[in-house]
Design a protein around this ligand. Structure first.
Ligand SMILES: NC(=O)c1ccc[n+]([C@@H]2O[C@H](COP(=O)([O-])OP(=O)(O)OC[C@H]3O[C@@H](n4cnc5c(N)ncnc54)[C@H](O)[C@@H]3O)[C@@H](O)[C@H]2O)c1
Length: 167
């Protein structure tokens, strides 16, 4: 599966899932724009992408909204799911697909450093382990390809069964 002749903007590309998405998409041949709040981190990822022989640029973006606790976070994530459906409907006639990814607990800096908390989160997956960010990036990379062209308007869980069970 190749993404040659494509240029892809990865927001939040300096760290975690975004960083791994930059690298996975670059390995498939896409030129990458690493967009992040953290300009220094974005530049480092752009260098790593260039080392793979692919064009890369980095720039600073700031998409901040007011946030205090999970109320806003949950509302924002629900909005993204609804925007994915609506965006797909609006853009289908232009040949554009819109697909979301709903990750489980991914082992990135966003989870903090508390070992006990991380173990509790990991226990909510079927394999009882946090998910590596590369596992989300590989699904994202697949969704960009023609092989995934029948996936549209949906949000794909990459959660090691998080939504499938409760104990
Ligand atoms: N890690 C998880 O368990 C998990 C689970 C579900 C959803 N998510 C979501 O996935 C996305 C990526 O998370 P991650 O785990 O890779 O986190 P991360 O902290 O490793 O990376 C997030 C990146 O986004 C950048 N960023 C943050 N706010 C920004 C802003 N306002 N403008 C521009 N860039 C900004 C940061 O500088 C950082 O480089 C987030 O939206 C997060 O909510 C993560």
């Amino acid at each position: 599966m190749e993404l040659k002749d494509q240029a892809i903007i990865v927001t939040g590309g300096a760290s975690g899932i975004g960083r791994e998405a930059c690298l996975a998409l670059a390995r498939m041949g896409a030129a990458i724009v690493v967009a992040d709040f953290n300009a220094e981190g974005a530049a480092k990822v752009a260098e790593a992408v260039k080392a793979l022989g692919v064009a890369a640029h980095s720039f600073k973006v700031d998409g901040s909204v007011a946030s205090r606790g999970n109320f806003n976070y949950n509302a924002a994530k629900a909005a993204v799911i609804a925007m994915t459906r609506s965006g797909a409907l609006e853009l289908a006639e232009h040949g554009i697909r819109v697909v979301g990814i709903a990750p489980g607990y991914i082992d990135t800096p966003i989870l903090g450093t508390d070992k006990g908390v991380k173990e509790q989160l990991a226990a909510q997956h079927m394999h009882r382990e946090l998910i590596a960010p590369e596992k989300v990036a590989s699904v994202a990379a697949y969704l960009f390809t023609d092989a995934a062209e029948a996936i549209n308007g949906s949000t794909v869980p990459v959660d090691d069964g998080f939504l499938a069970f409760k104990e």
